[in-house]
Design a protein around this ligand. Structure first.
Ligand code: COA
Ligand code: AMP
Length: 632
């Protein structure tokens, strides 16, 4: 069957379609219903069913004879370390760490925050939580203490798992002071912390609260997986929305396990026993789904790579890993390929590695420019597939599903809807836009299994953010169009979320942080086009009247403030002081107009503008920063 036919089948008969997929998962209690629509718009999948996600990711493979197969390869050019774990070893390690968690009084339904670098123990901690029905929430290591504190206050974890340090290319990041600061700032105080001491930096532990990972593991007994409801939460993953408060995306156990297994074969065309590598971080959704759950539930070998595409040590890093571990399919963000292309435009490094088993490269996380896609497809000589999805869905909404059929690639489009998703492009009134016309990309409810059932303890925000704009539809927040072949073209966000190096960030959060500066009256942060990172944040700052401090100094202070409060990952490095911001008469800052001035694209000035002279002010200020820039 074609991808389109399967999409139709999945929409017309979701019970049959997902019921079939669910047979691939080991249940401890059979579900009563595949799709439960008894409480619209809160659709649930596999109600009545019970299972354990960790069992499906580990033990089941040991029982089925894969005990000696590699489950996880750790490759860390930044520490010159390589380690491997078979399914038996990873099961044992995870079961012991689950024993540690249990020993510290953590049990079913409790939350644990995981704030870790890219080491195998991050994966072990996630799976150990799943094993005993604990809800994990991984916080990306590039976020600063204040961001961590917000997540602690929302998730209210009983325990935090962390490590002494993370290692960037040539910089050691002490995690412990960030964690201590976060707990100092948060109103909710976790009972205990388990810290993995890395040899690169041993941190001090706070007596009574902190425990050392290895000591506890040595004393612990392995514990068995516990059955949880299909609809019980497996994890919460916070993602940027338009406000400073991130959204706690909830993932359930049953639907998630089913789609993780289904996508490895149908989207990526990867079989059990093969090596699948997602070069991301466990702190992001790509890491959750495609470093941890999908490859392991599918009986594949996954890779935890602690390094960068360039600089660790060179632009051949990815090709070396693919070659060394016989990777069949790889997944990364376009920005990583752009970084490689910039250093090695002729692809000389690619020629050094035979990559015998390599079959396809998948890209996602941000819009993929055709140049990047075409460059990599030509030099790697394998299909390069752009696919589109979000933290909220946990798996691809639009893709070229290599396990179903290989559709022709149109560079710049993530291809067609994936089975499960009924994609519609809507106008302001909620009518379908004609083919080729831009609108709000929406998904007709119900969302398929694995997608968010709600936001953590916040049904109201879930409805407000996603379901209230168009009745019966989920609003993705992206704008785009469907072409005459039903290929989707994802063009931009319709909100103030930006995407920097494949990382989703909130300009609202950065603005909030800048506004806290004593000299700032108001500000606007916009995402401007960048040839490496896709977008970069740029701040326009209006000072309080009477402030006569040096502007350069204020800008430097603001850059430091965002780095300390939001984190280095925000990459907030450019700002300029202006006398006014362009706004509508109702006071809304014209961010799209500012963006187009910076990008050098057609500047559309809405008739509702309050003071037209603000356009000249902004144009002049941006020109002092070198905008519009020549993009390479
Ligand atoms: N802990 C602490 N700090 C971190 C961090 C972590 N886990 N990850 C990143 N940072 C820091 C970096 O050191 C950098 O700090 P700096 O401002 O002092 O240089 C900053 O956050 C920005 O990091 P990054 O976005 O990684 O940019 P970079 O300039 O170091 O590297 C790329 C550029 C293109 C190589 C890199 O962005 C990349 O590999 N991107 C791929 C993204 C990706 O995999 N996304 C996941 C979605 S699929
Ligand atoms: P995240 O939740 O961090 O995965 O970010 C999701 C957002 O990233 C989407 O809503 C899009 O705005 C953007 N995005 C992800 N993948 C793609 C893609 N292939 N093409 C265009 N935009 C993408």
């Amino acid at each position: 069957m074609t991808q389109k036919q399967l999409v139709e089948q999945s929409i017309n008969d979701p019970d049959q379609f997902w019921g079939e997929a669910a047979r691939q998962i080991s249940w401890t209690r059979q579900y009563d219903k595949v799709l439960d629509d008894s409480n619209k718009p809160f659709y649930r999948w596999f109600t009545g069913g019970e299972l354990n996600t960790c069992y499906n990711a580990l033990d089941v493979h040991v029982e089925n004879g894969r005990g000696d197969q590699l489950a996880l390869i750790y490759d860390s050019p930044v520490t010159q370390t390589k380690k491997q774990f078979t399914y038996s070893e990873l099961t044992d390690y995870t079961a012991r760490f689950a024993g540690v968690l249990q020993g510290l009084g953590v049990g079913k339904g409790d939350r644990v925050i995981i704030y870790m670098p890219m080491i195998p123990e991050a994966v072990v901690a996630m799976l150990a939580c799943a094993r005993i029905g604990v809800v994990h929430s991984v916080v990306f290591g590039g976020f600063a203490g204040e961001e961590l504190a917000k997540r602690i206050d929302d998730a209210k974890p009983k325990l935090v798992v962390s490590a002494s340090c993370g290692i960037e290319v040539n910089r050691l990041i002490e995690y412990k002071p960030l964690l201590d600061e976060a707990i100092r700032l948060s109103s909710h105080k976790p009972q205990s912390c388990v810290i993995y001491q890395r040899p690169q930096s041993i941190c001090e532990l706070i007596e009574g609260r902190d425990h050392e990972w290895q000591t506890l593991c040595d004393q612990s007994e392995p514990v068995a997986p516990v059955a949880v409801k299909a609809t019980d939460p497996l994890y919460i993953l916070y993602t940027s929305g338009t406000t400073g408060m991130p959204k706690g995306v909830v993932r359930d156990n049953g639907g998630h396990a089913v789609v993780m297994k289904w996508t490895m074969k149908n989207v990526y065309n990867v079989e059990p026993g093969e090596v699948f590598w997602a070069a991301s971080d466990v702190g992001w959704i790509v890491g959750h789904s495609y470093i941890v759950y999908s490859p392991l539930i599918s009986g594949c070998t996954t890779i935890v790579y602690e390094g960068k595409p360039v600089g660790t040590p060179d632009a051949g890093a990815f090709w070396r890993v693919i070659d060394e571990y016989n990777v069949s399919v790889m997944f990364t963000a376009p920005t990583a390929i752009r970084a490689i292309k910039r250093e090695d435009p002729q692809g000389e490094q690619i020629q050094k590695y035979p990559m015998k088993n390599f079959r396809a490269l998948f890209l996602a996380g941000e819009r993929c420019d055709p140049d990047t896609l075409d460059w990599s497809a030509k030099l790697l000589n394998v299909p390069v597939i752009d696919h589109w999805w979000q933290t909220e869905t946990s798996w691809a909404i639009a893709a070229n599903c290599l396990g179903i059929e290989q559709l022709p690639v149109k560079s710049g489009s993530p291809t067609q809807a994936v089975p499960g998703y009924h994609i519609k492009v809507l106008d302001e009134e909620g009518n379908s836009k004609p083919k080729g016309e831009l609108g709000a990309i929406s998904i007709k409810l119900p969302l398929p299994p694995g997608c968010l059932p709600t936001l953590w303890q916040n049904d109201e925000r879930f409805i407000d953010s996603y379901l209230s704009r168009y009745e019966g539809y989920y609003l993705t927040g992206d704008a785009g169009y469907l072409d005459e072949d039903d290929y989707l073209w994802v063009m931009s966000r319709i909100d103030d979320v930006i995407n920097v190096a494949g990382h989703r960030l909130s300009t609202g959060r950065m603005e909030e942080c800048i506004a806290e500066h004593v000299d700032v009256a108001e500000c606007a942060v916009c995402g401007v086009t960048d040839s490496l990172k896709g977008q970069l944040p740029l701040g326009l700052i209006v000072l309080k009247s009477g402030v006569d401090k040096d502007h350069q100094q204020i800008v430097a202070e603001l850059i430091q403030q965002v780095r300390e409060k939001v984190g280095a990952v925000a990459a907030f490095k450019q700002a300029v002081v202006v006398s006014k911001l362009p706004k509508t008469r109702s006071g809304k800052v014209l961010r799209a107009t500012i963006r187009s001035i910076a990008d050098g694209t057609e500047v559309k000035i809405p008739p509702t503008i309050d003071d037209i002279s603000a356009i000249d002010v902004v144009t002049e200020a941006l020109s002092s920063l070198g905008y519009p820039k020549q993009q390479d």
